[in-house]
Design a protein around this ligand. Structure first.
Ligand SMILES: *Cc1c(COP(=O)(O)O)cnc(C)c1O
Length: 347
């Protein structure tokens, strides 16, 4: 979801942005009017996430999936890196990195069907590893890191696609943060990379230029055409977050929303959530009913009642409520009421 006020504003500015006589969709990315948008978006992101000055913010294309390759290409200088595999996307990142060097899986919760997150201590890291990669929020399995791994001097690299802007994060604890914007930040097309300056300049010679973080940083994300419209939408979403009170307020809102659903799941006799409570995601709540038949019936009945996209990812089944920032509290209240009705009906 995107906030309705943001969509209304985009609609109002669609044909004529700020008296420019153009839609943002039509602008040259090198024009003065567009420059204010991209510079503004970066400034607001820095303000909202409290990004320290020694980090670069890059607006790139290709999705988080392209960064699965960009991370090793830019950082795997000694040919060795560590991966924590806690769900589908961290598994994909790990697999991609194996093309470029020794990518060690040093922690995994696969044998527990990703219902938990193993803790990583500095002593668990491979000596000489160039970085440790994690996925901060596991979109498909509905789990999230409760505490960050301890990596000592080894840079921590995190895919934050599905927890971007959902809560405050101490950026200084990371070497690199990256994520696709389409879950919480903007429409599809934009990927954001936040990288500590001292990690730039290690890219392999074969790295495609548009994947080279240093080149992208030197060119203010304008080495080639950036995803202009999506960056504009990102700026509007950031303005909405600031208006609400910033990431601390966003986190409180998200905790309140998620609790409504988890509390119901924990007392339900029909539905349950498989994730260890400490590691439950604020953004993606997975749940199952007591049988596959009930799961199918629930997804069908829910869709008929207007609750769409509740089917779990095709790889895991069951249900998943993705309750990103823009989902209003009423959305959760109505879902819980609908689930309670369903439970009474089919108990
Ligand atoms: C959705 C998602 C991805 C994939 O993002 P693309 O932009 O489609 O490549 C990767 N990681 C996480 C955590 C995601 O939620």
């Amino acid at each position: 979801m995107l906030p309705e006020s943001v969509l209304n504003r985009a609609a109002a500015e669609m044909l004529d942005y700020a008296g420019s006589g153009q839609s943002v969709m039509e602008m040259s990315h090198r024009s003065k009017v567009y420059d204010e948008i991209i510079v503004g978006a970066q400034q607001l992101l820095r303000e909202v996430m409290n990004i320290p000055d020694n980090y670069k913010v890059l607006f790139v294309q290709g999705g988080a999936s392209l960064q699965f390759a960009a991370v090793p290409l830019n950082l795997m200088a000694t040919n060795c890196a560590d991966y924590s595999v806690t769900g589908q996307f961290s598994g994909k990142a790990h697999k991609e990195a194996q093309k470029y060097g020794l990518a060690n899986c040093i922690a995994s919760s696969k044998d527990q069907n990703f219902t938990t997150i193993p803790h990583v201590k500095a002593a668990d890291l491979t000596p000489g590893a160039d970085y440790l990669h994690i996925c901060h929020n596991n979109t498909i399995f509905g789990s999230k890191f409760a505490e960050l791994p301890e990596t000592g001097n080894v840079p921590l690299v995190a895919d934050i696609s599905s927890s971007f802007l959902s809560e405050p994060m101490d950026v200084s604890k990371f070497g690199v943060l990256y994520g696709g914007a389409q879950k919480n930040v903007a429409p599809a097309g934009l990927t954001i990379v936040i990288v500590r300056e001292d990690l730039l300049g290690k890219a392999r010679a074969c790295t495609p230029e548009v994947m080279n973080w240093k080149l992208m940083a030197e060119n203010d994300s304008m080495l080639n055409t950036p995803p202009c419209w999506s960056i504009y939408m990102c700026k509007l979403v950031l303005e909405w977050i600031i208006q609400l009170g910033g990431l601390t307020v966003m986190q409180q809102r998200n905790e309140y929303k998620a609790k409504l659903l988890y509390d119901y799941l924990d007392k339900s006799a029909m539905f349950s959530n498989p994730v260890q409570p400490k590691f439950r995601s604020l953004m993606n709540v997975t749940f199952v009913a007591k049988s596959d038949e009930l799961n199918d019936m629930f997804v069908k009945d829910a869709a008929a009642a207007g609750f769409v996209n509740l089917k779990g990812h095709r790889s895991v089944g069951g249900m998943r409520a993705s309750i990103y920032n823009a989902m209003p509290v009423e959305g959760l209240e109505q879902l819980v009421a609908f689930m309670a009705d369903f439970e009474r009906k089919y108990a």
